[in-house]
Design a protein around this ligand. Structure first.
Ligand SMILES: Nc1ncnc2c1ncn2[C@@H]1O[C@H](COP(=O)(O)OP(=O)(O)O)[C@@H](O)[C@H]1O
Ligand SMILES: [Mg+2]
Length: 300
């Protein structure tokens, strides 16, 4: 079973001319979980990942796998698998051919090609030319590349971008499985909603700087959970809540009661003989927290 190394960024900084793309970032990424690396377009995610993989030289700071820089890893392909944005494949060659050449160059057994194609769900398309692949299939081929050396660490830049709902569901399961096998999984996205269902930890950057890091739940700054309740006679419902000592505000979709337990609100309404049409706990405020952290959304 592969064991992932800890990824560690220490005060990493990158300036392009006068553009401060990445600014003094420090964080670690642990094995056995999926870590979402989030931020709007232009936040510095790709630049950070390229520095991690030794493709861009940092202006200052370091990025390491188990304390070792990428270029100093004794067996890079079996330590780290990466799929960066806009991977390009020759349209006239097949998936099997692409991966086969790579396997030979890396000194890996030829069976690995079949293994990884099966793993990413491309086994039935292995002998088709990549030119006819959908974007989702190309994303899967990128993942097959990343997996070929059976690495303990996966670094994936926006792997969900452009996938259809079926592809999104598949990749969520894939990320979870990879982490459950003990790998370190770092996956970037400009949309929290894309990765929300598969990440355990989040690292959020905005304008090159760290905005937040912690568990996914830590993002939910909504400290006082609320229940949304509504009914045909809002006045009667309001009176019942007031009489029971529950404070509330009027929201878009009903009354927002300052009470965490929907059952209690239901009981209050029932006891007062007030009909209700809506009763549920307020949805997580994750997306709102995310947007607040990154300064109100995408630049694109
Ligand atoms: N090679 C480069 N030369 C100049 N500026 C760059 C280069 N690469 C990225 N940048 C700039 O660095 C910032 C961060 O870009 P990037 O890392 O691609 O962000 P993200 O992946 O979060 O969208 C942007 O302002 C971008 O224009
Ligand atoms: Mg990017």
């Amino acid at each position: 079973m592969p064991t992932g190394a800890v990824i560690e960024f220490t005060n990493i900084t990158k300036t392009f001319g006068h553009v401060n793309a990445v600014n003094d970032l420090s964080f670690t990424v642990e094995p056995g979980r999926v870590t979402g690396f989030l931020g709007p377009n232009g936040a510095g995610k790709t630049t950070t990942l390229r520095m991690l993989l030794g493709l861009v030289a940092p202006t200052s700071g370091t990025a390491t796998f188990g304390g070792i820089r990428y270029r100093d890893l004794p067996q890079p392909l079996s330590t780290v698998g990466a799929a960066l944005e806009a991977a390009s494949f020759h349209p006239g060659r097949t998936a099997r051919n692409h991966l086969g050449i790579y396997a030979i160059a890396a000194g890996l057994p030829a069976e690995r090609v079949t293994d990884v194609l099966r793993k990413v769900g491309l086994a039935d398309y292995a002998d088709r030319r990549v030119g006819g692949y959908s974007l989702g299939m190309r994303q899967r081929l990128g993942l097959a590349y990343a997996m070929i050396g059976d690495p303990g660490v996966l670094v994936l830049d926006e792997p969900i971008n452009g996938l259809d709902p079926k592809g999104i569901k598949w990749i969520r399961g894939f990320l979870r499985d990879m982490a459950a096998e003990g790998r370190t999984v770092l996956v970037s996205s400009h949309l929290l909603s894309e990765v929300q269902q598969s990440v355990d930890e989040v690292v959020i950057i905005a304008k090159g700087s760290l905005a937040h890091r912690g568990t996914l739940a830590s993002l939910d700054t909504d400290t006082a959970p609320q229940v949304i309740v509504d009914g045909p006679d809002r006045d009667a419902l309001s009176d019942a809540l007031t009489a029971a000592g529950v404070t509330f505000s009027i929201g878009r979709t009903g009354l927002l009661a300052a009470e965490p337990d929907p059952a209690r609100i239901g009981h209050i309404a029932f006891s007062a003989g007030v009909e209700i049409s809506v009763l549920h706990r307020q949805k997580s405020g994750l997306e709102d927290s995310f947007l607040a952290l990154v300064g109100g959304g995408d630049s694109l």
